[in-house]
Design a protein. Structure first.
Length: 187
């Protein structure tokens, strides 16, 4: 029986379009964004080592996915990506990660449903108005009139981006790839 964690066969593989090549080494800008716990985070003030994974959008059981979702390279797989970070949360902490966040352009209420349903032990951050996305020129795409981030993961040391995973595919392996990098690059 297929679950929301199973990825369909034959998904198109995203190609590296160079959209994230400017990010490695960049300092995070001072941008305050809401989280699913109701707090506000300034992304320039993350302490220690942070894993910030960026995803287009989580689906909801009661809503249809955008038109042609499975045909957009890299779009499908937000739930498996999030669950991978959930399942490896303690492993990430053991490797010196201070915090894990997911980032999308969905509003905090929408994200809260996903956080609760998926039992995520970390907050999701909303960039609903694309404040961070525009400043950092994060790669994105549009579907059904919505502007969504392309999938990636950033490893930050303090406010500086140490490593960028882009494009991310398959998304259900992203947390494993991050762990392998962290093991090879201790803080």
């Amino acid at each position: 029986m297929a679950t929301s964690l199973d990825l369909p066969e034959g998904l198109p593989v995203p190609e590296d379009d160079g959209g994230a090549q400017h990010l490695a080494g960049m300092a995070m800008p001072r941008v305050e964004l809401p989280t699913t716990s109701g707090s506000i985070v300034d992304v320039a003030k993350f302490p220690g080592r942070t894993v910030l994974y960026v995803y287009p959008m989580t689906g909801r059981p009661d809503q249809a996915l955008p038109t042609g979702w499975d045909d957009i390279p890299g779009a499908r797989g937000c739930t498996p990506q999030s669950c991978g970070f959930r399942d490896h949360f303690e492993d990430l902490k053991a490797l010196g990660v201070s915090q894990v966040y997911g980032l999308s352009t969905q509003d905090s209420a929408y994200q809260q449903e996903a956080r609760d349903r998926l039992h995520l032990p970390f907050d999701l951050i909303s960039d609903e108005h694309f404040k961070l996305g525009d400043i950092m020129r994060l790669p994105h795409f549009e579907v059904d009139g919505r502007r969504l981030f392309k999938r990636m993961a950033l490893i930050l040391d303090g406010a500086r981006i140490r490593h960028v995973f882009y494009p991310v595919f398959p998304p259900d392996r992203n947390a494993d790839d991050v762990i392998a990098w962290l093991e090879a690059n201790p803080a």
